[in-house]
Design a protein around this ligand. Structure first.
Ligand code: GLU
Length: 428
């Protein structure tokens, strides 16, 4: 039985969709396997620090609006907090807490010397002009900068933030501390100390995870009917790289819905369309399907690369994929996990499959601190090495404990953090 405090009884329907409880439920199962004592469990499961800020922004029309923002630092035991900032109208504290904890576990799975953090601002960025977004980003940065720093907490892009957002953040921080501090943030433009290969890194990591999982299942790319949910930085680039490796990408989606071509989509053409028109809507050379239909398509590989809570107790029985590779954070709920495991579906979990992004963020941070920049070949080959060894580290733990890859990834991650925690001891 779990010795966790908050989760002694099974989760209710509403709780299924709470990302922090979803994280904690897996955490408790892994902690039980490790025989983690109650005190350490309590420390590692909960966030170390949470900051909520009000962000006043002068809008273009002269009115003042106040936005709410968060930065959660889950854990610093293995190094500075690391993790993205998302701008979304429905972002909430339990989501940011979960995302911060997932960053701790993700950094530990790929063995980069960071803890976990995450930021969120409640805003629909599509409703703001570029200059309003700039003012919002700069004021949010100013409000949280006391807890940021290259050795404290290093943000990065996430949903609806990008290189430009990171450039504003880097400039704001640098102006306040009176020196250019490139290592304060990753996912920056190349011209400001960004790393080659960072933009593609998460999608590349997803592609590498798919390849290794296919080997495990004895499948071949050309016979793998692939469905990708999301066509942004993770899904779009992931799908393109899979297409290049010979996978038959039959469907992909964005917020406007999905497109399907049983013969396989021409991914370069799909991405060129999105670049030109801003969305998949009106794409001509494929059938239109809904986002929900996309997840339930008859396929071999499903890569959810959009957001949380997509594969749930409500649709899991209709999911047909044999292999799920999670490009998004938290796309599968804990209840759905159990059903997939019973049915023998292989799930390569988010904290492994999408860790390519933070791995190259680590490379970017190292390059910034050295002031010496690597070629794209070096970045990609180190990413490749890191993802492949993490995949087999997790696989080994799964075999040792007889668990799913999800629980194995948590076991591996928690064990590394717990070991570091015990070595450091408690400051009293
Ligand atoms: N937002 C990305 C993630 O969820 C990247 C985080 C980072 O590079 O710090 O993994």
């Amino acid at each position: 039985m779990s010795s966790g405090t908050a989760l002694a009884s099974p989760l209710s329907q509403a709780d299924e969709f709470n990302p922090f409880l979803a994280m904690a439920e897996r955490f408790d199962v892994a902690a039980d396997h490790l025989g983690l004592d109650r005190g350490v469990r309590e420390v590692l499961r909960n966030p170390d620090r949470e900051l909520t800020v009000s962000i006043p922004v002068m809008m273009d029309d002269g009115n003042l609006r106040v936005f709410k923002g968060y930065r959660v630092q889950h854990n610093f035991v293995r190094g500075p907090a690391k993790g993205g900032i998302r701008f979304a109208p429905d972002v909430h504290l339990d989501e940011v807490r979960a995302l911060a904890a997932w960053m701790t576990w993700k950094c530990s799975v790929v063995n980069v010397p960071f803890g976990g953090g995450k930021g969120g601002v409640i805003v629909n960025p599509r409703e703001l002009s570029k200059s309003e977004l700039e003012r919002l980003t700069r004021r949010y940065t100013t409000s949280i900068m006391d807890i940021l720093g290259p050795d404290r907490d290093v943000p990065a892009p996430d949903m609806n933030t990008n290189e430009q957002t990171m450039a504003w953040l880097m400039d704001t921080y640098s102006m306040h501390v009176r020196r250019s501090t490139t290592a304060i943030v990753t996912g920056k433009p190349l011209a400001l100390g960004g790393s080659r290969g960072r933009t593609e890194a998460t999608g590349r990591g997803v592609m590498i995870s798919c390849r290794e999982a296919l080997k495990k299942l004895g499948m071949r790319p050309e016979n793998t009917r692939t469905v990708v949910q999301g066509s942004g930085n993770v899904g779009g680039i992931g799908a393109l790289l899979l297409h290049r490796e010979g996978y038959k990408v039959i469907a992909i989606s964005d917020v406007s819905g999905g497109i399907l071509d049983e013969k396989g989509l021409d991914m370069p053409a799909v991405l060129a369309w999105i670049k030109e028109h801003g969305s998949l809507a009106d794409y001509k050379d494929a059938d239109r399907i809904s986002g929900a239909e996309l997840l339930e398509l008859d396929c071999d590989l499903l890569a959810p690369c959009a957001t949380e809570n997509q594969i749930t107790s409500q649709n899991v029985d209709r999911i047909k994929a044999k292999l799920i590779v999670e490009g998004a954070n938290g796309p599968t709920t804990a209840a759905a996990d159990k059903k997939l495991e019973e049915r023998g579906v292989l799930v390569v979990p988010d904290i492994l499959a999408n860790a390519g992004g933070v791995t190259v963020s680590y490379f970017e941070w190292v390059q910034d601190r050295m002031g010496y920049f690597w070629t794209e070949e070096i970045v990609n080959s180190r990413l490749e090495q890191s993802m492949v060894s993490a995949f087999y580290d997790v696989d080994k733990v799964a075999k040792k404990y007889g668990t799913s890859m999800r629980i194995a990834a948590y076991i591996l991650a928690i064990d590394r953090v717990a070991t570091a925690y015990r070595l450091r001891g408690v400051l009293s």
